[in-house]
Write a new protein. Structure first.
Length: 376
């Protein structure tokens, strides 16, 4: 898994069955700075995109294969023991139907053939496009996993994944009621702190915590049309970016960068909290996952808005926040090879649930007749 934050490749080794899942090993695999830049560059419209995408697709395939190999080395597990790799791929463009795109599409790269070739393990990839083909948003896809992993009879739970973009799943007892993107997760915070301080992220939200929220800027950001959309919705970094923020800042000349960071944190928390408070059913417990769970300042802002509901992280349910998304795609790949639906139409707005992704076979089984091609 590599999300919109481009922070690292998250690799998890999980044991999955019809009875549940259990993490066996995890590994955070670094993304070389050159590749990170190439991903950021191609995520914006620019020149020579096909050539650049073709090269990057292969490079990311190699990187994801390296991450799998390093994980298996670390775990001491041979590749032949692995049933399937689920590779989300790197999203480089997301144009969902909810954004008013007449022909919607979503694009994740990181050549799965390269992963299957390098590892010898059957690889499932390209999970989102089947849902888009069925009229859905293609996102978020984690809610079905959130329901399988975290739902409990008799309690209403919200699971909030705060990656670059944030999404929420609403679980009423054991059923998945709905799920959708709430808006920005860490992305605006990351972009602003990087722009002003050269840091990849605001550790623990310490910089934002010391700033003052500007009500005028906050009110302007809250006018974003995405936040008024009803029903299935998803978004990406192409919607919440610094150019948009710059437009919101027009004329607000006396604001210092730290106050802007505080306002971005408040805005992000507000988008998430509104999504939960606007739920058709009261939510008793909220479990946060994704890197944003480690942003103490953001968690405090959420807590203030969501009390008296209980706010904590998925670690309390036995899955550390940083591995939930990776586990979700391992689970989705397992579903695909078992011919089980992975998407939830009540989340994505698709015509129905679908078996997701493409299957890229791993090593050919050795032995006589394994690859008999002759016609009979
Ligand atoms: N200690 C921390 N303090 C603040 N933010 C953090 C911390 N640890 C992780 N993050 C945030 O989490 C992000 C990565 O989250 P992740 O769930 O991997 O997102 P994505 O799925 O978009 O890759 C980082 O870019 C950063 O913003
Ligand atoms: Mg990440």
């Amino acid at each position: 898994m590599s999300g919109t934050s481009i922070d690292s490749v998250d690799a998890v080794l999980a044991h999955i069955s019809h009875h549940g899942h259990e993490l066996q090993a995890t590994l955070e695999h670094p993304i070389p700075p050159g590749l990170r830049q190439a991903i950021a560059d191609i995520s914006q419209p620019g020149n020579n995109e096909i050539e650049r995408m073709g090269v990057l697709d292969r490079q990311l395939g190699e990187l994801f294969a390296d991450a799998c190999t390093a994980l298996l080395d670390h775990a001491g597990v041979p590749a032949s023991d692995v049933f399937v790799i689920g590779s989300h791929g790197q999203t480089i463009r997301h144009r969902p139907p909810s954004g008013g795109n007449a022909i919607a599409y979503t694009l994740q790269i990181g050549d799965p053939s390269t992963i299957a070739e390098r590892t010898g393990i059957t690889t499932v990839a390209d999970f989102r496009r089947r849902d888009v083909a069925a009229g859905g948003e293609g996102a978020p896809l984690a809610p079905a996993f959130h329901a399988a992993a975290f739902a409990r009879a008799g309690v209403n739970r919200a699971v909030v994944n705060i990656g670059g973009i944030a999404n929420v799943s609403l679980l009423v007892g054991e059923t998945l009621l709905t799920g959708f993107d709430t808006g920005p997760g860490n992305t605006l915070l990351d972009q602003w702190v990087h722009h002003h301080r050269g840091e990849r992220y605001d550790r623990d939200g310490a910089w934002a915590a010391e700033g003052a929220v500007d009500p005028q800027l906050l009110a302007r950001m809250q006018q974003h049309p995405f936040l008024a959309q009803q029903g299935a919705r998803s978004t990406g970094k192409e919607t919440f970016h610094l150019n948009w923020l710059t437009r919101c800042l027009a004329g607000l000349t006396n604001l210092n960068p730290q106050d802007v960071q505080a306002t971005l944190a408040d805005f992000t928390a507000q988008c998430i909290a509104d999504s939960i408070l606007g739920s058709a059913v009261p939510v008793d417990e909220i479990y946060v996952c994704g890197g944003g769970a480690y942003n103490t300042d953001l968690m405090r802002r959420l807590y203030q808005r969501l009390a008296p509901a209980r706010l904590t992280t998925t670690a309390e349910l036995g899955l550390a926040p940083e591995w939930v998304e990776g586990a979700a795609f391992a689970w989705l790949a397992w579903r695909t090879l078992n011919n089980l639906n992975g998407s939830a139409a009540e989340v994505t707005g698709a015509a129905g649930a679908r078996v997701l992704g493409g299957i890229y076979p791993g090593a050919t089984r050795s032995g006589a007749g394994a690859t008999r091609l002759s016609a009979r």
